[in-house]
Design a protein around this ligand. Structure first.
Ligand SMILES: Nc1nc2c(ncn2[C@@H]2O[C@H](COP(=O)(O)OP(=O)(O)OP(=O)(O)O)[C@@H](O)[C@H]2O)c(=O)[nH]1
Length: 324
């Protein structure tokens, strides 16, 4: 029986999953494949969907993580996509705080019931922040480490933000956690095109995630106990969605973003520029802000999602409302 390959994109908040996804979708389309997409967001709006080809069929799983809240729904979403569009490959973009072991469990459960195979888990690592979190330790570090352990392919992204020595240090640290994955240092997930195609079309190099190396399988076993222990692996994460009224001065946005509390790691949103009247998107990850015009302009409501650890949504709301 033909099995639809599934590629899971994992990695911490803002690491570059959507950036990689956009490239993989392009490659799949170039190779004459018809890809489909499942986007999982911890917030209540899907802004990442705007960054990828609008012709690619996609389903959204909002307001929680596949790894726990939607565990059982993953199979339903895959089945719907398979019935409606018969894709050649399905990409699943996990939330940045998904516990990949539990996500893998959910996907393998679905694979028992449906004609699918998990071809790869591509983990994107923000190399600069990986090094910082590694020193700090704690829950976030452990989550990142799990994401690295689960990867069959690891993209060490944002290499432009570190020195060569730091990149080497980061690669060695990743290798300590995962000796088997294919490692690709990259800027904006610009991984060698032939490697990307191999990943989608199922070249020889990518081992199936379902047959994890022994060490990782043991980790997956352990995660079954942990499913009970922390049903929501993102319990420590705070998400706040803000709906903007009216147009926004890009300069105001820049100033306001620079004043966000340190505990807000990630923000993304759509707004209408008071300068040009155009609809814009912004991305903020660890003090770096990118603003660009949305193309096509789309009809998503002007809104932004802020993700971090234990910050006050109310304080953030008053910061964002202090506008005129
Ligand atoms: N400097 C730098 N920025 C990058 C690189 N790759 C991606 N970015 C930026 O990092 C931000 C986050 O990228 P995304 O691809 O949206 O990250 P993500 O992992 O999908 O984010 P979430 O889904 O919110 O967890 C965006 O502003 C990107 O433009 C890189 O290699 N270098």
């Amino acid at each position: 029986m033909k099995k639809t390959p599934i590629i899971i994109l994992a990695g911490f908040l803002g690491a570059g999953k959507t950036t990689l996804l956009a490239k993989l979708l392009e490659d799949a389309l170039d190779s004459g494949q018809s890809p489909a997409l499942i986007m999982n967001e911890i917030g209540d709006i899907n802004l990442d969907g705007l960054a990828v080809d609008e012709n690619v069929p996609q389903r959204e799983m909002l307001n929680g993580c596949i790894c726990c809240t939607f565990r059982a729904d993953l199979g339903t979403e895959i089945r719907r996509l398979a019935d409606e569009v018969s894709p050649d490959v399905i990409f699943i973009e996990a939330t940045g705080v998904a516990n990949p072991m539990e996500l893998l469990d959910a996907a393998t459960e679905a694979a028992l019931l449906l004609p699918i195979e998990i071809r790869a888990v591509a983990t994107v690592v923000d190399i600069a922040h990986w090094l910082k979190w590694r020193q700090a330790g704690g829950k976030t570090y452990r989550l990142m480490a799990d994401q690295i352990r689960c990867g069959t392919v690891i993209v060490l992204n944002k290499a432009d933000l570190v020195t060569t020595a730091e990149l080497e240090e980061g690669m060695a640290a990743v290798r300590e956690l995962n000796a088997h994955a294919l490692l690709y240092p990259a800027v904006r997930c610009e991984v060698d095109r032939s490697a990307r195609k191999e990943l989608i079309l199922g070249g020889h190099a990518v081992p199936a995630a379902v047959s994890l190396p022994a060490e990782q399988s043991r980790a997956t076993d352990r995660s079954q106990d942990r499913t009970r222990e922390h049903r929501h692996s993102y319990d420590h994460v705070t998400v706040y969605t803000h709906y903007f009224e009216g147009e926004i001065e890009p300069e105001w946005l820049k100033q306001t973003i620079s004043r966000l509390p340190d505990r807000v790691y990630r923000a993304k949103g759509v707004f209408t520029s008071a300068e040009s009247g155009e609809r814009m998107m912004f991305h903020y990850a660890y003090r770096q802000l990118d603003v660009f015009r949305i193309n096509p302009q789309g009809s998503v409501r002007n809104a932004a999602v802020f993700i971090g650890e234990q910050f006050s949504g109310q304080e953030l709301a008053s910061l964002l409302e202090r506008r005129r």
